[in-house]
Design a protein around this ligand. Structure first.
Ligand SMILES: Nc1ncnc2c1ncn2[C@@H]1O[C@H](COP(=O)(O)OP(=O)(O)OP(=O)(O)O)[C@@H](O)[C@H]1O
Length: 251
């Protein structure tokens, strides 16, 4: 379980994250939805200590994250970056194997794990194992970013606009393969996005953010049926068809 208590982060007198608190249950998938600049990335980066909050506390399974060395903490947290964040001078195999290597897995365990993830994410190993990131398309690079985050099977996955930079067709295809991954079962996932459809597709619960604050928390239907403020109403205005389409596709 992840418990976030009253965290804030200021940059140059600007509150990027402003006194946010929430809890995410074990195995729950939550989405932070908001426009650009609403504080989503800052919030996500504070959970794995890429950014330190000015105040507040974050606990993972009852343990404060500041009591753990950042590199130890990050071994239990997969992170998918907005623009894949791959190391350009590492091969695809080396990129995916980073955390297992840090954890001291031996070769016999790493090689099949890398190959299995590449296959599940439709990256033919024979073709791409020894390739470098710049030899892959944006969609393929994002697939590698996902494989890397999952490699050591961390219990928590943080995802920053993982499909955001992709064209709509590539996005749909990467998202479909992502959703089918059996390794996601029982993982606690926090994903941030500005894409309403993505939030509906992936969230058990949505947190709508604006100006560094959580404006409303709830299931997708709550956002329409019980908007907490005029901002929420306006944000989802015109999106009802996406929601109806999503609900119909569930049946
Ligand atoms: N390192 C930084 N220095 C100064 N200001 C920053 C820094 N990082 C973020 N900010 C500011 O904090 C606010 C929140 O940024 P953040 O990146 O968290 O938003 P976001 O919702 O993730 O937006 P996007 O989807 O565009 O990435 C913005 O106003 C941004 O300009």
């Amino acid at each position: 379980m992840i418990v976030v208590k009253n965290i804030s982060k200021r940059f140059n007198m600007h509150n990027a994250v402003d006194n946010i608190s929430f809890t995410v249950g074990q195995g729950e998938n939550v989405v932070f939805l908001g426009t650009s600049g609403s504080g989503k990335t800052t919030l996500l980066k504070m959970i794995n200590r890429l950014i330190e909050p000015d105040c507040g506390e974050i606990l993972i399974d009852g343990r404060s994250i500041v009591d753990q060395r950042p590199e130890h903490l990050r071994r239990g947290i997969g992170y998918v970056f907005q623009n894949n964040g791959l190391f350009p001078h590492y091969t695809i195999e080396e990129n995916i194997a980073i955390v297992p290597r840090l954890l001291g897995w031996n070769r016999d365990r790493i090689a099949p794990r890398v190959i299995s993830l590449m296959e599940k994410l439709r990256l033919p190993p024979a073709q791409y194992l020894n390739a470098y990131p710049n030899e892959l398309s944006g969609g393929q690079q994002q697939r590698v970013g996902i494989a890397r985050a999952l490699a050591a099977d961390p219990p928590v996955l943080l995802m920053d606009e993982p499909f955001g930079a992709l064209d709509p067709i590539t996005r749909a295809s990467v998202k479909k393969d992502f959703k089918e991954l059996d390794e996601l079962r029982s993982k606690t996932i926090i994903l941030v996005t500005h894409d309403v459809q993505e939030a509906f597709e992936l969230a058990d619960r949505i947190f709508l953010m604006d100006g560094g604050r959580i404006i409303q928390e709830g299931k997708p239907e709550d956002m329409f049926d019980r908007p907490a403020t005029q901002y929420v109403k306006d944000f989802f205005e015109g999106q009802r068809y996406i929601f109806d389409h999503f609900k119909n596709s569930q049946h």
